[in-house]
Write a protein that binds this ligand. Structure first.
Ligand SMILES: [Zn+2]
Ligand SMILES: [Zn+2]
Length: 805
């Protein structure tokens, strides 16, 4: 409908575009990114007095290529960083790489075809290191190509340098945090039932347990009532745990079993005598309504045993095999034991029937193995006594979007035991402890150094309790979350540079995924509060899941995964970045992605490029001229965008401004404003004065410059290039535009909608008559409010006689 305006043709009268390239080409991005990197333009300046804005970047695992979710998260974080630099902040934005823990160990086990424990610890660690060395610098390369403005591209110990969570510096801070928490009396060792993953071979925390529906068999088996000899039938999916049964229960409202209260049940095969009791835990309509309570069948059982103060019988050993408490099942895996137990029950005619069922089973979040419950001695960090404080901090923390807060609150409310922090693995931070050979007293080393007690000599030469001089080292390591939960302390130099930490904390923002609120966010807030007494973050930005165009989760089996490297290859970074901003609506729960959607944003970038080429034909005067009403109007529209962008960007909302700017470029600036002023800007035999021409040139340039500045955090390459051509300056080091009071107060008698309506009507009329848009209109009458831009409209629509009423 609207005419094509922004020409790239050379115009008579010396009007020539300053921007040579006819179109935006993705190849332009690479030398720009290289320049930023080589000149270290975004290095953190520790001497600067500007306020610090810090981003606790989520360290991605190194042995996997950057996936679409990480690419989008880092692009959005880069927008936070670039916006804050333009608002006068000294931004801490480091790249961290998580290299600790199970994923690395599992990769090593796979690569070398071994299991932990089959080779020496030293050798196993060597294998993990070789896996890490091979993991290419693909992660860094992807971030570089996406235009992420990390402070530094080298490893080191200065603020903003790339850090590795398995470095001696990082691990020593993890160990220091343990020593501090120990000295505060917040750590203890206890033998209790815990989640054990047979696949990972270690204890895991409740936070790492997820649920999966797994097909299973419901077995009705026969128990005997000791006092009466009567047979009772109990349904169970875990017959191998009969040996740990400590009580049989029925619902207090269940009339069928009232007479059993206070009697004794005898377990099949094992002949153990256990009490029969009414308890609301038993559901009347589940199975036969009778339930055997075993130590450690699932989390409910664990809670029941704690509540009833029953002594648990542990039948599964730390090697994952049935132990001496399981009689004939001893030495079998859990799965084998289940089969064997069914055989025995059939033999003794104690199995009534078997039925297929779906069992909601707790599984390990990482390896997806069903969890077992075994008793082990582990270190715990006290968290139960801080639940009230954690709820208070969860309410104080600013969540973006606020609805994510509830996930954290629900998790805190559900925490029922202290945090088990020790693990029986190798590639992780060692627990810095030695023990006296004689009196077993634990001995802590001094802080500030990285220790490997399984091979290092104890740095303390005498037992502080008995004076004996022989010690042996602890061989367990920490839960990975015990490492990850100090990331804001690490990047802000806690206990390494007190002055800087004091000046920079709390950390400004923790960006992270929703699925790790109960682990990464919760543990960080907890542990850093226990260490510093403060809430470590001001804001928490919680991002979405990326799904395909139909709202389906991306997965290998569906074949709908979009690889960021492919996006970069096809389109470069900028269309992807604009897509991230436009799609990034925090109020939604997912983020829809397809090549078509990304390609769609490319059109807007091309439009902006063309607009800039056109505008650059009309250099502005150094001094602001007296402005004409049409020019005041467009500057007023731009000012509204400035206000909106400032307000939204501070709340990590890039979606609203990016959407409005896109609309503004297409619908207002290019289609209407440029059409209105172009004759005046060219000013060739059109009868406008020099001041009127200067006003047009000023408004065209000023609007464009501000639009580029607002877009600079979103599209750093394209805006950098255009702004440099237009002004000779680096846009990323300009100040973010401020609201303009003078423009806001200017009285414009018409609205943007009015202008769009009037122009569209005139164009439509000409088109309907089969005329060209340039064709002459003999005479026309318009509402009076347009009289202030009468001269512009007259020339724009080629009206011979224009009147107003
Ligand atoms: Zn596991
Ligand atoms: Zn001693």
């Amino acid at each position: 409908m609207e005419p094509k305006n922004e020409g790239n043709k050379k115009k008579k009268g010396g009007h020539e575009s300053k921007i040579q390239e006819k179109r935006w080409d993705k190849e332009i991005e690479i030398p720009i990114a290289q320049k930023w990197k080589d000149k270290k333009l975004y290095a953190f300046n520790k001497k600067s007095k500007k306020p610090v804005f810090s981003i606790d970047t989520p360290p991605p695992y190194v042995n996997t290529p950057v996936h679409i979710g990480q690419a989008a998260t880092y692009v959005l974080m880069d927008m936070f960083a670039r916006f804050r630099r333009m608002t006068g902040h000294n931004v801490v934005f480091p790249m961290g790489l998580d290299r600790n823990g199970l994923p690395i160990e599992m990769a090593a086990e796979k690569k070398f075809g071994i299991k932990l424990g089959e080779v020496s610890r030293e050798k196993f660690i060597g294998m993990c290191k070789s896996v890490l060395e091979e993991s290419s610098s693909a992660t860094e390369e992807s971030f570089f190509r996406l235009g992420i403005s990390f402070n530094s591209w080298k490893r080191g110990n200065d603020v903003g340098d790339i850090y590795h969570t398995d470095s001696p510096e990082y691990r020593s801070l993890t160990q220091d945090s343990f020593i501090d928490l120990w000295n505060k009396g917040l750590i203890y060792e206890d033998n209790r039932i815990n989640n054990f993953c047979p696949g990972c071979g270690t204890t895991i925390a409740d936070a790492e347990v997820i649920y999966k529906d797994i097909p299973s068999k419901f077995n009705d088996i026969i128990f005997t009532v000791k006092e009466t000899g009567e047979k009772i039938i109990i349904g169970t999916t875990r017959p191998e745990l009969v040996c740990t049964c400590a009580m049989v229960i029925f619902n207090p409202k269940d009339d069928r079993y009232k007479s059993l209260e206070g009697k004794t049940a005898v377990t099949p095969i094992f002949g153990r005598e256990v009490p029969l009791k009414a308890h609301p835990f038993a559901e009347m309509d589940k199975g036969t309504g009778l339930m055997m309570m075993c130590s450690a069948g699932d989390l409910t059982d664990i809670r029941f045993f704690r509540e009833m103060k029953l002594e648990p019988v542990i039948a599964i050993g730390s090697n994952g095999l049935m132990n001496e408490h399981s009689g004939p099942l001893k030495g079998l895996t859990v799965r084998q034991a289940r089969g064997k137990m069914i055989e025995l029950l059939v033999e003794k005619k104690l199995l009534v029937k078997q039925k297929d069922t779906i069992h909601r089973t707790p599984v390990c979040e990482r390896s997806k193995d069903p969890i077992e419950f075994i008793s082990m001695k582990e270190f715990y960090l006290k968290q139960m006594e801080s639940k009230g404080k954690m709820l208070e901090l969860a309410k104080k923390l600013n969540f973006y979007s606020p609805k994510s807060r509830q996930i954290m609150i629900d998790w805190i409310n559900s925490v029922s035991i202290d945090w088990p922090i020790s693990r029986r693995r190798y590639y992780a931070t060692e627990i810095p402890l030695w023990y006296c050979e004689k009196c077993k007293e634990p001995v802590l080393p001094p802080k500030g150094k990285y220790y490997q007690p399984w091979k290092d000599a104890c740095p303390v030469d005498k037992c502080p309790k008995c004076g004996h001089n022989e010690m042996y080292g602890e061989d367990r390591v920490f839960d990975t979350w015990f490492d990850s939960s100090i990331s804001p302390l690490y990047i802000l130099k806690y206990s390494r540079d007190d002055e800087f930490f004091k000046r920079s904390s709390p950390c400004s923002v923790r960006p992270q995924g929703k699925e790790i609120i109960r682990t990464w966010l919760y543990y960080t807030v907890l542990k850093d509060y226990l260490l510093t007494g403060e809430l470590i973050f001001r804001d928490a930005w919680i991002n979405y899941h990326i799904v395909d165009d139909n709202g389906k989760k991306m997965s290998k089996s569906l074949g709908n995964i979009i690889d960021p490297q492919e996006i970069i290859k096809r389109y470069g970074a900028e269309p992807f970045r604009m897509w991230c901003a436009i799609e990034g609506n925090l109020e939604k729960t997912d983020f829809r992605c397809s090549f078509e959607r990304i390609e769609g944003t490319q059109k807007t970038l091309t439009k902006l490029w063309n607009v800039a080429r056109f505008v650059s034909m009309f250099p502005k005067t150094a001094k602001k001229p007296k402005l004409e009403p049409a020019d005041q109007w467009i500057l007023g529209e731009v000012d509204k965008l400035v206000r909106k962008a400032r307000k939204c960007y501070e709340k990590y909302d890039f979606h609203t401004p990016a959407t409005e700017i896109k609309h503004f470029i297409w619908e207002t600036f290019a289609s209407h404003y440029i059409e209105i002023v172009k004759t005046r800007a060219y000013n060739e035999n059109s009868g406008f004065s020099k001041q009127e021409q200067e006003s047009a040139c000023y408004a065209l340039n000023h609007s464009l410059e501000i639009i580029l500045q607002i877009l600079a955090p979103v599209n750093p390459f394209l805006t950098y290039r255009l702004y440099e051509e237009l002004t000779g300056k680096d846009i990323h080091f300009t100040e973010f535009p401020k609201p303009d009071k003078e423009i806001e107060n200017a009285k414009i008698p018409f609205s943007t909608e009015d202008i769009i309506e009037i122009n569209s009507n005139i164009w439509k009329e000409k088109k309907d008559k089969g005329e060209s848009l340039k064709s002459e209109i003999e005479k026309m009458e318009l509402p009076k409010k347009f009289s202030v831009i009468g001269d512009d409209l007259k020339r724009m629509h080629n009206i011979r006689k224009l009147t107003f009423k």
